[in-house]
Design a protein around this ligand. Sequence first.
Ligand SMILES: NC(=O)c1ccc[n+]([C@@H]2O[C@H](COP(=O)([O-])OP(=O)(O)OC[C@H]3O[C@@H](n4cnc5c(N)ncnc54)[C@H](O)[C@@H]3O)[C@@H](O)[C@H]2O)c1
Length: 358
Amino acid sequence: MNTKPFGIGMVGTGRISDLHAIEYLQNPHARIVALCDRDVELARRRASKWRVDDARITDDIDELLADPEVDLVEILLPHHLHLSAAEKAIAAEKIVSLQKPMCVSIEEADRLVAAAELSERPFKVFENFVFFPPVIRAKQLIDEGAVGRPLAIRLKSNKGSNRTAWEVPGPTRAWRQERGSAGGGPLVFDDGHHKFALAWHFMGIAEEVHAFVGKTTYPDGSYVDAPSIISFRFPGNRVGSLELVDSPELEVITRHYAQDDKVEITGTKGVLWINVGHGRLGDPAPVALYRDGTVTTYHDMATGWEESFVLSTRHYLDVLRNGGAPVLTAAEGRRVLRFALAAEESARTGRTVRVTAD
Ligand SMILES: NC(=O)c1ccc[n+]([C@@H]2O[C@H](COP(=O)([O-])OP(=O)(O)OC[C@H]3O[C@@H](n4cnc5c(N)ncnc54)[C@H](O)[C@@H]3O)[C@@H](O)[C@H]2O)c1
């Protein structure tokens, strides 16, 4: 078993890096040793905020990868840079955790899956929603048979007002508006990854996807790909849907993104709801179950969205020390990406897209 803390090098110290840092700063098996961002002042500010003043600061990924103190590279870059950064990090014999979506096309994903499989180190596609405590509780209940056999999943994501939300800097928003850097739309492809991951987590791989993707444009020229609705069919006569709505004046209670996320899973004998996500509307029970005429609510769990990052990172460190598979593996990340790409393809062509397992 590895006893020396893993030296962590972060590539990209933008908005989301704050939530990745939490567990690396508190876990005795990790130590942040290097930060890389093309905005080197931003990397310095993060180092100072996280009190890792002795970390190497650079704007050059090659310099970070050449540092023998760096064991694990956390890649937090715009999507079009994921493939090249991950390939370089694998070639430099580093452990790699790559933020979702793993890349922007199936051809890129195939390259990464092949590189990850050749590597001797467990490669993680960082998907945090499956580690969100209400999702963990819901999965436990479903696996125990609480709703019977799951027949349908309904996901709803409602973007709202961000008066209570954290600040999202202009550059963080800007690259998401461009297909060349984002790979797809901000709600269907980017944030949608989490929802497709949840659909996969609870129901398995969809075999058919059909989508209507709308567009709402703002006076500043920016857009969101909503209202949108995506439906899926799973093997075994089961279905699902994802509805994306933009309600600019809807106040969402949040410390992060102003977005309400809900999941409903209907089975042969019960219905289960997850009522919180990035944010929440009011003070709902995080998880609720209807069964045999009675609603049971579940409150005894953390609901801060940052907890999903903490638990996802902790799980990875446990896998690295004790063995097992990261969540997601490269192959799983590819499946979720395929799901998101199928939605965009269906909206473009107006046709149902068949998704083969591999
Ligand atoms: N899991 C989640 O819930 C979640 C939430 C937000 C973002 N993300 C993901 O995290 C990643 C980063 O998103 P973000 O919101 O932090 O974006 P961001 O724009 O705030 O951060 C990206 C950083 O990369 C830096 N950068 C760009 N090109 C570079 C290069 N060539 N070399 C070094 N640094 C470079 C930028 O200066 C910026 O600081 C994306 O993959 C995104 O999808 C995930």
